[in-house]
Write a protein that binds this ligand. Sequence first.
Ligand SMILES: Cc1ncc(COP(=O)(O)O)c(C=O)c1O
Length: 460
Amino acid sequence: MTHMKANDLAALDRAHALHPWQNLDPDPGDSPLVISRGEGCHLWDADGRQYLDAVGGLWCTQIGLGNAEMAKAIADQAQRLAFSSTFTDITNDPAALLAARLAALAPDGLSRVHFTTGGSTAIDSAYRMVQFVQAARGFPERTHVVARQHSYHGSTFAAMSIGLRDGDRAAGFTYKDDTIHHVSAPSLYRRPEGMETGDLTDHLVAEFEAEIERIGAERIAAFFAEPIQASGGVLVPPPDYLARMAQVCRRHGILFVADEVVTGFGRLGEWFASEAVYGVTPDIICCAKGLSSGYQPIGAVIFSEELFKDMEGHGWYVSGYTYAGHPVACAAALKNIEIIERDGILAHAAAVGANYQKAMRRLSDLPIVGDVRGACLIGCVENVADKATKRPFPDEVDIGRRISDAAEKRGLLVRPMGALNVMSPPLILTEDQVDFIEENLRAAIIEVTDDLVRDGVRVA
Ligand SMILES: Cc1ncc(COP(=O)(O)O)c(C=O)c1O
C-alpha cells in the first residue's frame, strides 16, 4: 500500500483526522499507533513491530485477521455484485441467504431480520421498531424505554441516549432524556455497600419494578440490555438477573431488546448469549461486530415472528440505510458464519475461554488488582489504589492507560477504559497466547505499580 514510516503516517493523521472519542486536550500525548497488517491474533504497526491484539479490534475480530477464505469471498462478491439496494422490494442473493441463516441461528421464534450498517444503527432501528410494534398492538402511548446505567449501545443520537456511560455525554449537547430512563447496572464488584452478592438480583428487580411503577407500565415500550455490559466495564450480571428482569418485562407487556453486539457470535461460546447462557428469549436481538468478524461493516436486528405479525398491515416501516443488506458485507458474514461452524470455533472459544478466565483471575494476587471479571473470551482487570476499600486511583494517574502503554511496549494490546484494562481477544486464541497475555499483563501491572510507588502515589 505505502512505504511511509509510522511517524510520517502519524503526522498525517494528526494533521487531518478526528478520531472517534479523540481527546482534544492541548497535550496530544503519544502519537497514534499506526497499524498496517493483521494475521490471526496479531497486528503489526507501520514500523513492523508485532503485537498480540487482546482487544480483538474492538470486540469484533472473532475468526482472526488475514483469513484468505474471507478475503476471497469478499473479492468474489465485489466482482459479481458490489452494490445493490435492499430498499422496499428489492434484494440480493447474499442478503436473502444471510437473513435465512441468522433466523436459523437465532433462538426459536426469532425468524425476521432487518439489516443495518453496524451496532448503533441496529439499536437505533430497534428503538423505532419497539414503538412501531406497540402502536400496531394498540398501545401508541408506549413510547418510553428503560435501559441501564453504565451501558453503551452505540453512537447515533438514539443509541447514545439509550446508553449512559460516565463521560460519554458531550457538554452542550442534549440527549433524549424525557422518554429514556436508566436503572442501576448489575455490578457485583461495586454493589451497594453492605449488600451480599446473593441479594443483588432482588435489589435490582425491585428497583426496576419501582421505576416501571413511577413511569407507568402503560407508557413503556421496551427494556434494552446487553447480556454482559461490555464497554460499561465488563459487568457480568448475577446468573439469574437477566431472566428475572425479562419476567418483569413480560408481566408488564414490555418488549425485551438484547443488545448482543458484543456477546453475539461466539464471544461467550454460543451464537447468541441471551438464551443459551442466560435463559432469556428476547423479542429482539441486535447484533453486529462478530457477525462479520470485523471484515465488513454490518449489523442486524433479529426479531420475532410474533412481532412481525403484529407489524403487518400497519403501513410503512420507516428505517433503513443505503448500505443495509450490502451484498459484500452479507457475503462476508455468510463466510464468517461458515468458518465459525466448520472449524468448531464456538467450542474452541468455550474451552480456551475457560483457561483465559483462570489465567486472568491469577492476576488478583497483585496489589492494585481490585477485581478480575469476565466470562469466556471477554474480560477485564479493575485497578484500584486500595483493595480493601476499593478506593480508585486519582483520575490524573490514568491507571488503565499507563498499564496499556506498558503492555504495548511488551507487544500486548489491552484496552484502557478509565481504571480498567479490557480484553476481548479473537476466538481463535491459543493456549500459548493465553500465557502470553497473562505474563505480559502481569509484568505491565508490576512495572506501573513500581513506578507509582517510586513517584509517591499511595498504594495499599
Ligand atoms: C454493546 C454495544 N452495542 C452497540 C455498539 C455500537 O456498535 P457500532 O460501533 O458498530 O455502531 C457497541 C460498540 O462497541 C457495543 O459495544
